[in-house]
Design a binder for this molecule. Structure first.
Ligand code: UD1
Ligand code: UDP
Length: 379
């Protein structure tokens, strides 16, 4: 039986890889899960929820780690691991440094690289930074490209990737979301349970992008404080990233705001429930941009560009940039303009149908000569 090694290290990779790991475990292929530990608490939280137990853990996290240290420690750790555990293929997901380091380490050893969530492009090498570069590097060394949408496949074709090496799978985040959001869960934070029970109007906020850190993120904090003051009946919920640079920038402006709830990162089940009860989502996250549209939640994205234009085209997501005043204006407009709200609050599913893991496994089996692929995902 072929041996497949999924490699991942951060929260979003763990969420998006979980459906594939689960599908691999019940397939005819062997699965050896390797985590780098680029994240620790936020990674373990997801693995616990999905019942994923790593077979190897490089445990690389360092407080305030640099990109180069993640890259070097991952490549070195994986190369040592490959010396005793040579898989028939590795799977890497998305555009983190774990993912690109995993792809390079495998490529150097001659191991075929399967890229999950391939072909996303913002068109700006500096935004998101360093993710746009990371995903392009991985595309260069991958043998099989699991593109989530027809648009991501088109991006790869433009870069001369052979059509035969691309499978359009849908995004595995929708598999994870659909299986998770349907299960009842209680909030561990009583403040959130109270908000849910009272049916309060919620603005859900997440922010963490490296290119937004510093003054831009301080401005995001100030914008949230102004929105909280302007809309007394609104509750702003901010499950804050573990990154100390994020906390130092965003939190000072929010001190003493009674309608702002700041929580530790929420377990995925709790987060999907929070998404489901929110009125509006304000975020710079990639995964949240993909999940919220399928729950019919309008999303305002605090970025200048996006590699996920599908939901923008569908009208559920708006790019609003990162300027403090613009964030305040756009959030208040959406909360106060019922017509605009209704045009954006439509459930659309451009990113997947919950079958992405099955298509991924079939594509891998075909690459290894032990099966055949399924029909591509169509939105
Ligand atoms: C990384 C990814 C980014 C992804 C994000 C998801 C890269 C280059 N960036 O962001 O693509 O969107 O993760 O959240 O790979 N920390 C902890 N515990 C944790 C996680 C983080 O303490 O469980 C702290 C550490 O101090 C760490 C810092 O947060 O140094 C930043 O973590 P890191 O993985 O380097 O974050 P980003 O690069 O911002
Ligand atoms: N998420 C979570 N708990 C939280 C915040 C986010 O489980 O408190 C999930 C969210 O549903 C999404 C993923 O984490 O699937 C997004 O991770 P993040 O924003 O850190 O990274 P990105 O998607 O931007 O790479």
């Amino acid at each position: 039986m072929p041996l497949i090694m999924p490699i991942f290290g951060t929260r979003p990779e763990a969420i998006k890889m979980a459906p594939i790991v689960q599908a691999l475990k019940s397939s005819d292929m062997d699965c050896f899960v390797t985590v780098t530990g680029q994240h620790r608490d936020m990674l373990d939280q997801v693995n616990d929820l999905f019942g994923v137990v790593p077979d190897a853990d490089l445990n690389i996290l360092q407080p305030r780690q640099s990109l180069s240290s993640i890259l070097v420690r991952t490549i070195d750790g994986l190369d040592r691991l490959f010396a005793s555990n040579m898989p028939d293929a590795v799977l890497v997901q998305g555009d983190t440094t774990t993912s690109t380091a995993g792809a390079i380490a495998a490529f150097y050893r001659g191991i075929p690289v399967v890229h999950v969530e391939a072909g996303l492009r913002s068109g700006d090498i500096f935004s998101p930074f360093p993710e746009e570069a990371n995903r392009k590097i991985t595309s260069q060394v991958a043998s099989l490209h699991l593109a989530p949408t027809a648009m991501s496949k088109a991006n790869l074709l433009k870069e001369n990737v052979a059509a035969a090496d691309i499978v359009v799978t849908g995004n595995t985040v929708i598999d994870a979301l659909l299986t998770t959001v349907s299960k009842p869960v209680s909030f561990s934070d009583p403040r959130l349970e109270e908000v849910a029970e009272a049916g309060k109007k919620v603005l859900l906020v997440t922010t963490h992008r490296r290119e937004n850190q510093g003054e831009t993120m301080r401005g995001i904090g100030r914008a949230l404080a102004r929105i909280a003051d302007a809309e007394g009946d609104l509750t702003i919920v901010l499950p804050i990233h573990k990154n100390p640079a994020v906390r130092e920038a965003v939190l000072p402006a929010l001190t003493g705001k009674s309608n702002v709830i700041v929580t530790e990162p929420l377990a995925y089940g709790e987060f999907t429930r929070l998404l489901a009860i929110s009125a509006v989502v304000l975020t710079d996250s990639g995964g949240v941009q993909e999940e919220a549209p399928s729950l019919g939640k309008p999303v305002l994205v605090m970025r200048e560009n996006t590699e996920r234009p599908e939901a923008v085209d569908a009208g559920t997501v708006r790019l609003i940039g990162t300027a403090e005043q613009r964030i305040v204006d756009e959030v208040l407009l959406l909360l106060r303009d019922e017509v605009l709200y209704k045009t954006m609050a439509n459930a659309v599913n451009p990113y997947g149908d919950g079958m992405a893991a099955s298509r991924s496994i079939a594509g891998i089996a075909q690459m290894l000569g032990v099966g055949s692929r399924l029909t591509d995902f169509e939105a």
